[in-house]
Design a protein around this ligand. Structure first.
Ligand code: KMH
Ligand code: ZN
Length: 291
């Protein structure tokens, strides 16, 4: 029981948090017709992915022309629609697209999501640069603490892990008190997506932190297998890969979640429900849940 008299679900000793990242900011709808870009498409994907085993949805949105946007009104509508249709934990991207300004990225928190991504350093990103200087990281982090949004620390490279330690040392624990990280592997410019790198990265994380991993493109499967073997959680979705297997495009996010859930089950660590995941991540219960 909590101090409010509501009971929270127990977290199974061995279970897997599955995050779906359905859209991203990089793929074009014209090239990837199955990419969810409208609010209706996003909500439909979210419902399917929840049924397939996802507990968290990492959200990037698009405008009426299918281009990436951080429009605050659209973000608020998106958070509301996802909460209306699912019990998924709604994590908004503060990374946006490489072209988004710091101010717009900071303002994402005003849409009041459950959680947000917080990337712990700048990284080469294919031919682009994904900018996350220390001053931006710290401003975003302090804002998450003030607004009660739970950050997920996105780590694209080893220097990002060092910056995460520096952030926690200087500014204290995140809202909710628990540190959860996501290793984003295989970005051209970041750490490679292989088992040896994953094990080394995990060994450098702050004590007590939980972590998930995702492998971009063709590193999706090796990173998923390595993460399961090392006791980690999983992120999958069309933000990270649009190819299901060699030469076969992804038909929808749900099949990526289904595959992750099946493999997690084989690893004897079946998917966590969103309410269980809230406990793991130090988030408050949904209003009305667990009573
Ligand atoms: N779209 C990338 C530039 C995040 O969502 O926080 C950044 C990204 C990370 O996807
Ligand atoms: Zn993202």
């Amino acid at each position: 029981m909590t101090e409010h008299g509501t009971s929270r679900p127990a977290i199974p000793a061995a279970a897997t948090l599955i995050t779906v990242a359905p859209t991203g900011a990089e793929s074009a709808k014209a090239d990837v017709p199955a990419l969810p870009v409208t609010l209706d498409e996003l909500v439909a994907t979210a419902v399917e992915c929840r049924a397939a085993g996802a507990a968290v949805i990492h959200v990037h949105i698009r405008d009426a022309d299918t281009q990436p946007t951080l429009d605050l009104g659209r973000l608020k509508d998106t958070v509301a629609a996802l909460r209306e249709s699912t019990d998924l934990i709604v994590q908004l991207s503060t990374g946006g697209a490489v072209t988004d300004s710091f101010d717009r990225r900071l303002a994402v928190l005003d849409a009041a999501p459950d959680g947000c991504s917080l990337t712990c350093g700048t990284v080469n990103f294919g031919d682009d640069v994904f900018m996350n200087p220390w001053s931006f990281m710290t401003e975003l982090y302090v804002r998450t603490q003030e607004l009660g949004v739970v950050p997920e620390f996105e780590l694209f490279d080893f220097g990002h892990i060092a910056s995460l330690h520096r952030l926690l040392d200087k500014y204290g624990p995140p809202h909710g008190g628990h540190v959860h990280c996501d290793l984003v592997m295989g970005v051209p410019g970041g750490m490679p997506g292989d088992a040896a790198t994953l094990v080394q990265a995990v060994s450098a994380l702050p004590p007590g932190a939980t972590w998930s991993a995702t492998g971009i493109g063709r590193t999706t499967l090796p990173v998923m297998f390595a993460a399961l073997a090392a006791g980690g959680h999983l992120r999958v979705g069309m933000e990270d890969t649009v190819t299901f297997s060699r030469g076969r495009p992804v038909t929808g996010n749900a099949e990526l979640v289904e595959r992750a859930a099946t493999l997690a089950g084989h690893a004897q660590r079946p998917p966590l429900t969103p309410d269980q995941a809230r406990v793991l991540l130090g988030m408050q219960a949904r209003p009305g849940a667990g009573q």
